[in-house]
Ligand binder design. Structure first.
Ligand code: PLP
Length: 390
């Protein structure tokens, strides 16, 4: 007898369910006009959804370095870093990053995502542990999952719960396993910051390693713009300072600033470093120019302009300490967040609605990101539009 034909799980049904739950996502082309002014469809609008915190993505000196790099080294790197893809431009960028981060070494990856995906599995094996903040970025979660280590999660910024976990792990498994605490410095969807001094204390007390993802701190916080670790004077107490060149540096690429010995381990073992073509040398050259600006007087000036914009929008409320350029407005349902975003867009203000699974269910929100390149009157427009939302 012929069995009734089984059907594979339907893709269309799966997509239909996303539409029903207001979780459908679309790609919309957005084109830069100038600075934070973009064109979406036929309309020009202010972009409050980018991470170009200092406006370096269109800074003259960065673009000139990019062009010069292409002239000197061509388009792509043509090979991975361990074959023949390492150019002097990569080495120069890595030594600048290491200097800015007060670390012995820095290692460039294709993206921040790739940095996490390569680093965590390189470091941890089956008998090890990784302890993540509940709100840690997807790349930290995915890197942790890809490693064969046991993954534990502590409630957001709750260092007493973290301590309980660490104490328990050491009591049960002894001193030998590696324990990695992985968290963000400035949280990407909430704009609040990690309790770094306390994390550093726990790292020491329980002989753990600390990975700090400074994706949104780099370029933004600290006198030199190195991030939260610099601002709090704790750069020498963090094992792995992770960052990206895709946010305040305005380009693309990720990095880990760390000790020489740890960098050596990553070079031997981080698969996203080893088995991926090196970032274009011209991009590394442009990133060196961006890093030079970040730690210069001009960088300080751009950071203070950014802080002025943050103060302008948040005067009288909603701000983290230290103030960061990520300002969430939690609205709850997907429907409300999408509605608010659409309403702002009609007023030529591009502010994304962020939904599950990027944030927890029922915490859908508008996520405003500010830049030094927003003129004050654009901020004023946003401020009054937000006040008139419902
Ligand atoms: C953007 C982001 C990353 C990924 O960096 P990319 O260079 O864009 O891949 C990692 N961590 C956090 C917290 C981020 O916001």
């Amino acid at each position: 007898m012929v069995k009734p034909r089984q059907q594979m799980r339907s893709i269309k049904d799966e997509l239909d369910r996303l539409v029903e739950a207001d979780l459908w996502r679309n790609i919309h082309p957005v084109e830069r006009v100038q600075g934070a002014l973009v064109r979406k469809g036929k309309r020009e609008m202010w972009n409050f959804s980018g991470n170009d915190y200092l406006g370096l993505s269109c800074h003259r000196a960065v673009l000139e370095a990019f062009a010069e790099g292409i002239d000197r080294w061509g388009g792509g790197a043509t090979a991975s870093r361990l074959i023949s893809g390492s150019s002097p431009a990569h080495a120069d960028l890595e030594s600048r990053l290491a200097a800015l981060k007060h670390s012995e070494a820095a290692l460039l990856f294709g993206s921040g995502y790739a940095a996490a995906m390569g680093t965590i599995p390189a470091l941890l094996g089956r008998d090890d542990f990784v302890v993540l903040d509940k709100l840690a970025h997807a790349c930290l979660i995915d890197g942790a999952r890809l490693s064969s280590a046991t993954v534990r999660v502590f409630p957001h910024n709750d260092t007493s719960r973290l301590e309980k976990i660490l104490r328990g792990l050491r009591a049960k498994h002894g001193s030998e396993p590696r324990i990695l605490i992985a968290t963000e410095s400035v949280f990407s969807m909430d704009g609040d910051v990690a309790p770094l001094a306390e994390l550093v204390r726990l790292r020491k007390e329980y002989d753990a390693l600390l990975l700090l993802d400074e994706a949104h701190g780099f370029g933004v916080l600290g006198e030199q713009g190195a991030g939260l670790a610099e601002l709090t004077g704790l750069q020498n107490d963090i094992d792995l300072q992770m960052g990206t060149l895709s946010k305040a540096a305005g380009l693309s690429g990720g990095f880990i600033a760390t000790s020489r010995i740890m960098a050596d381990l990553l070079i031997q073992r981080a698969r996203s470093f080893i088995y991926s073509t090196a970032p274009p040398p011209a991009l590394a050259h442009a990133a060196s120019a961006a890093v030079a600006i970040i730690c210069s007087d001009e960088g300080r000036m751009l950071r203070s302009r950014l802080q002025e914009n943050i103060a302008l929008l948040t005067a009288g409320g909603m701000t983290a300490s230290p103030a960061t350029p990520i300002i969430p407005m939690i609205l709850g349902t997907n429907d409300r967040a999408l509605g608010a975003s659409a309403k702002l867009e009609q007023q030529k203000l591009l502010v994304p609605a962020i939904r599950y699974p990027t944030v927890a269910r029922n915490t859908a929100r508008l996520r405003i990101s500010l830049s030094a390149s927003h003129p004050p009157d654009a901020i004023q427009q946003l401020k009054s539009a937000l006040q008139n939302l419902d």
